[in-house]
Design a protein around this ligand. Structure first.
Ligand code: PLP
Length: 472
């Protein structure tokens, strides 16, 4: 319903609302208070247009203060700080998807969070060589870890792996040919496709082979063709799908030898880039950066926040001369991670060198947790929940985030019974809208919460959230 203009009451002026709000919004920038007051008056006007009853000036002033306080983060002087700033909610990932793209991919190791916190809160030796007092290399610590962990001559870190690919294929030069197998022209997710990345990088995609079978010999014909002007071969790891049946992909070493014979380079995009053998957690082998470099790849790119388990970043390792060229590229500046990310990448990589990755990096810890541990936690949770509302159940977890497609990790969790004959859909929605927000899934008409992706320290919070959702 719309109230005719003549019959409609007017909202109070911004000045009058401000006069009420200012007295209670102490210590804030008056401009910011005025901006929020304007939005409150605007929404009051909208209400009146649709026939809402006018609210008094005190109520509107209080709304301004509430809105301002919702923006206060932790550590704001003079008031009890909430745990999280406005718009952020604590989430418990009970989906059983270890690297969940919609839930922010990898949870960082504590060491990475601490490193980022220190870097964020003060000065760091980001680009200062403390020996000489002069400008030093920005990426030194993280790079040193990367070269040590992969055997590469040099390394570079950019904002994400899509940026790393864009930068690396640029080595082919404007209009230079980049050969890619038709079996690897994939969509990464969110509509991002390899052919589009190449186009935006200003290089020319030359498709080789067929969807299901591509051999080294297919590349040979393309590389030998002078008109194709191939400067690079891009390999893209099929990280979010599997091909089975009548399939064939070129052997990495054979492909590298061929590329080098024709003066081209091999760029190998691994997507996840496992720095530990995935067999250690019962998965099939995922290619490791060191293996691809040993097989002759000139550059290998991978994400910082998939199987590496740290912050989002694009990690590039490989030949010293090529990495040096990438570092000089103006695009590299546009893809440069900030000090907190660099500190967190370095701290995450350090855990691999310390031999603690399996226990201290959440992604690996989740994958490596033994079933009896999950069962014990599930039993304790069932005991803590209202009688008859939950039972222990066996589940299949997945790695997710474009890693180890088609494979699962045996897991254990809870199967919940919706109260009073309610639906699973409404229970899963109630869990999602609670505090903390619990994201589970529906399996065979039951709500299941997979404990493989829940940190043990969140079990008590999970029990509370489930109890409240069931009571609703
Ligand atoms: C995930 C993925 C990317 C993109 O990595 P981001 O870090 O998300 O930019 C690129 N290639 C492959 C094969 C991937 O799996």
């Amino acid at each position: 319903m719309t109230v005719p203009r003549a019959a409609r009451p007017h909202p109070p002026s911004v000045e009058r609302v401000l006069a009420v709000a200012r007295s209670r919004a102490g210590g804030r920038d008056p401009e910011a208070v005025a901006a929020v007051a304007r939005t409150v008056v605007d929404s009051e006007r909208e209400r009146l247009i649709t026939g809402g009853t006018p609210r008094d000036i005190e109520t509107l002033g209080a709304l301004v203060v509430t809105a301002l306080e919702a923006f206060d983060g932790p550590g704001v002087r003079g008031r009890e700080a909430p745990a999280l700033p406005a718009g952020l909610t604590q989430v418990i990932n009970a989906t059983g998807v270890v690297v969940h793209t919609n839930l922010g991919r990898a949870a960082w190791p504590v060491a990475a969070i601490e490193a980022a916190r220190l870097a964020a809160g003060g000065a760091t030796l980001l680009e200062l060589d403390r020996g000489t007092g002069r400008r030093g290399a920005r990426f030194r610590v993280a790079q040193e870890h990367l070269t040590a962990l992969t055997g590469a001559e040099d390394a570079l870190i950019v904002t994400n792996n899509a940026a790393a690919i864009t930068l690396a294929v640029g080595l082919a030069g404007r209009g230079g040919g980049v050969a890619v197998s038709r079996g690897e022209l994939l969509e990464i997710g969110g509509g991002v496709r390899i052919p589009e990345i190449l186009r935006r990088a200003g290089v020319r995609l030359v498709e080789v082979g067929t969807t299901n079978r591509t051999r080294v010999a297919d590349f040979e014909a393309t590389l030998a063709d002078p008109k194709a002007r191939i400067r690079a071969i891009l390999r893209v790891h099929p990280s979010n799908f599997v091909q089975t049946g009548f399939v064939e992909a070129p052997d990495p070493a054979g492909l590298a030898a061929l590329a080098h014979h024709h003066g081209a380079i091999v760029i190998d995009d691994l997507g996840s880039g496992a720095l530990l053998p995935t067999e250690r957690v019962g998965l099939a082998h995922e290619p490791m950066p060191r293996e691809r470099l040993d097989a002759g790849a000139d550059l290998v790119t991978f994400s910082g926040d998939k199987l590496v388990g740290g912050p989002q970043a694009g990690l590039i390792v490989g030949r010293g001369d090529l990495v040096a060229r990438l570092r000089r590229d103006p695009l590299a500046r546009a893809m440069r991670p900030d000090k907190t990310i660099l500190a967190a990448v370095a701290a995450t990589l350090a855990l691999y060198r310390a031999g603690r990755a399996l226990t201290a990096i959440p992604v690996w810890r989740m994958m490596a947790t033994p079933l009896p541990d999950l069962r014990r936690r599930a039993e304790a949770l069932v005991a803590a929940l209202p009688a008859g509302s939950a039972e222990v159940t066996e589940l299949d977890a997945t790695v997710g985030g474009g890693s180890a497609p088609g494979q699962s990790l045996a897991s254990i969790g809870l199967a919940l019974t919706p109260p009073g004959g309610g639906s699973s859909a409404s229970l899963v929605a109630a869990l999602r809208s609670g505090e903390p927000c619990v994201v589970g899934r529906i399996e065979r008409d039951r709500v299941v919460l997979d404990l493989r992706t829940v940190a043990p320290e969140d079990d008590a919070a999970l029990a509370g959230a489930v109890t409240r959702a069931i009571a609703r």
